[in-house]
Design a protein around this ligand. Structure first.
Ligand SMILES: NC(=O)c1ccc[n+]([C@@H]2O[C@H](COP(=O)([O-])OP(=O)(O)OC[C@H]3O[C@@H](n4cnc5c(N)ncnc54)[C@H](OP(=O)(O)O)[C@@H]3O)[C@@H](O)[C@H]2O)c1
Length: 288
């Protein structure tokens, strides 16, 4: 038996997946009509939804919605799997809030759009007490592969945000690049195969980059900061010549400028990391 609270596109997709896998599902949603057409038991109240299952999955807009819904309810002995998006600190605070009320909160995030929930492309980050995640892995594994990333309840959220950081920035870069060539009369579909090739090549750079940033060593090579920074400057110039918004390439160029100012000009482009990374203040040790 699983309770799902929150029936936006994501919550609805979860309910369908759980039902397809043969689980009994109880649902509650602020706007009751969003349960229409779902093959699930609709709880008349939040208390009824909580009473139906030990495992309670939340799929809400943010963590504030969790307090709005559960704030006045008893959640003792419940396992609250909150797959709503928010900041890591709000996730940590919510885990503490749940613990003070006798519940366990597992934080996390679903890494695919709603239409891919329950497919072999789907995976979901989770963090919090590992034994609890493993206990419910058979149920949670239905919506996507379970990726447990650590004991700190915020880590699942952080991995989710980090993946979306790559996703959103990359999509914006694709839009910008397309606008740049389109300003010269090139249809987006003509540019598309080259953009795809570029995205496909991207992973080639990551393995060496990860090793270098982990070691804090950035040996100079052909792709050094001065060369890459000059290229970033040319992209800003190309944007300005075409009246294409230059905010994104300008942000990238300013990172290279900072790296040069810090003396990394002849180092590898990976030294950009040294101007981006946290200075270490307030960086907690990772709990697993
Ligand atoms: N959609 C996707 O493809 C996708 C992909 C990955 C991750 N996510 C994440 O998954 C979560 C859910 O996504 P979604 O697309 O289903 O979101 P959504 O359309 O924003 O639906 C959110 C749900 O939260 C409820 N809600 C919001 N504020 C509330 C409040 N103050 N009190 C009570 N209920 C409240 C809504 O209730 P009402 O129906 O009454 O408004 C609705 O059921 C989000 O955090 C999203 O970032 C979504």
């Amino acid at each position: 038996m699983i309770t799902v609270i929150g029936l936006g596109p994501m919550g609805q997709a979860m309910v369908r997946s759980f039902r397809k896998a043969g689980h009994e599902v109880t649902v509650w949603n602020r706007t009751a009509s969003r349960a229409d057409g779902l093959d699930a038991t609709v709880a008349p109240t939040v208390a009824d939804a909580l009473a139906a299952s030990e495992l309670v999955v939340l799929s809400l807009t943010d963590y504030k919605a969790m307090y709005d819904i559960l704030g006045d309810e008893s959640i003792k002995d419940k396992v609250i799997v909150n797959l709503s998006s928010d900041t890591p600190n709000k996730t940590r605070a919510a885990a503490q809030w749940a613990s003070e009320r006798g519940a366990t909160m597992i934080g996390g995030g679903v890494m695919v759009p709603a239409e891919l929930v329950g497919t072999d492309k789907a995976y979901v980050f989770y963090s919090g007490p590992e034994d609890v995640v493993r206990k419910f892995e058979p149920e949670l594994g239905v919506i996507g592969a379970v990726k447990y990333v650590g004991a700190d309840p915020a880590l699942g959220q952080l991995f989710y945000q980090a993946q979306l950081d790559i996703f959103l920035t990359s999509l914006a870069a694709y839009m910008h690049a397309t606008a740049l060539v389109e300003a010269a009369g090139v249809p987006p579909t003509e540019f598309l195969p080259y953009a795809v090739e570029n995205f496909d090549m991207m992973s080639y750079y990551l393995e060496d980059a990860a090793k270098q940033i982990e070691q804090g060593r950035h040996p100079g090579d052909a792709a050094n900061v001065i060369m890459m920074g000059a290229t970033a400057d040319h992209i800003v110039g190309a944007s300005n010549e075409s009246s294409v918004d230059s905010a994104l390439p300008y942000a990238v160029k300013s990172m290279y400028d900072k790296a040069i100012a810090k003396g990394h000009g002849r180092d590898s482009w990976t030294s950009l990391y040294e101007v981006i990374r946290s200075t270490g203040a307030g960086r907690p040790a990772r709990g697993r």
